[in-house]
Ligand binder design. Structure first.
Ligand code: CAA
Length: 245
């Protein structure tokens, strides 16, 4: 079997970097798709040195650019087997103060980006009879969160998207799942006011923030060749913050 090729949107971010590292260490060729982030690039290259990891600039809100990125990956590396949608932003503010631009930005990146990349990647996966799509949602898409009507709507929307697409491509060897991280050691969580974050951590049964590697491990599990009977599922990795069955 040839080496599996994986693309990770938001690949230079906190969770994205851990996902790139984990997939590459598991023997995948990995392409990190992200906005040009010169301040982050050197560190990313150091962290991934010696691994088969590549960086491709991409704005996931640009539908045409997503198509070009998928075509460029397939021309340079081969068929795209694994797509991880990890590009995500927050614009936390209560609804009463939320500007349309703050709503639009979060919906366009977090949910629109998933559509844009899946739309271009899924055709080839279905034609080849193999694909693994993993969408990074959030515990806050399951519970809602104060100040996050935009983010919670986008992240909950990813679950509906995941289940619907899973049904459409199940017979084609393509699985579509989501992972719902809880609060992790990332810049996004570090940006929450200290007092608010401390209160949240108090509510986590495990009693700490998650490590990005712990999310990456769940992603790699769902992206594995052997995970073909898991589709339309959501895997919570939240330290027990939200339990359901
Ligand atoms: N539940 C209920 N009430 C709350 C509350 C909460 N969680 N948080 C704040 N309030 C109350 C406050 O006590 C305050 O009440 P009073 O007016 O009576 O004093 C009122 O709501 C206003 O609170 P703030 O002063 O905090 O409001 P603000 O406008 O200054 O800030 C906010 C609002 C920006 C949303 C701020 O509360 C915040 O940053 N919250 C954190 C949101 C959060 O958890 N984001 C997650 C980011 S990480 C992530 O998203 C990753 C992931 O997937 C898990």
């Amino acid at each position: 079997m040839s080496k599996r090729i994986a693309a990770v949107s938001g690949g230079l971010g906190g969770l994205g970097t851990a996902i790139c590292l984990h997939l590459a260490r598991a023997g995948r060729t990995v392409i990190a798709l992200d906005l040009p982030r010169p301040e982050r690039l050197d560190a990313f290259r150091r962290e991934t040195a010696g691994l088969d990891v590549h960086v491709m600039p991409l704005d996931v809100t640009d539908f045409a650019a997503c198509g070009e990125a998928v075509r460029a990956i397939e021309a340079a590396h081969g068929a795209l087997d694994i797509l991880v949608n990890a590009a995500g932003i927050t614009r936390d503010v209560t609804l009463r103060k939320m500007e349309p631009a703050q709503w639009d930005a979060v919906l366009e990146v977090n949910l629109g980006g998933v559509f844009n990349l899946c739309r271009h990647a899924v055709e080839g996966m279905a034609a080849r009879g193999f694909g693994r799509i993993v969408n990074i949602s959030s515990v806050n898409g399951q519970t809602g969160q104060f100040g996050q009507t935009n983010y919670a709507a986008a992240k909950a929307g990813m679950h509906g998207f995941t289940m619907a697409l899973a049904r459409e491509v199940a017979r084609k060897g393509v699985t579509v799942n989501s992972v719902s991280p809880g609060y992790c050691e990332t810049a996004m969580v570090a940006a929450i006011p200290d007092a608010v974050r401390a209160k949240i951590v108090e509510q986590v049964p495990v009693g700490r923030l998650g490590r990005p590697e712990e999310i990456a491990r769940a992603v790699a599990f769902l992206a594995d060749d052997d995970a073909g009977f898991i589709t339309g599922a959501n895997l919570p990795v939240n330290g027990g913050l939200f339990m359901s069955f």
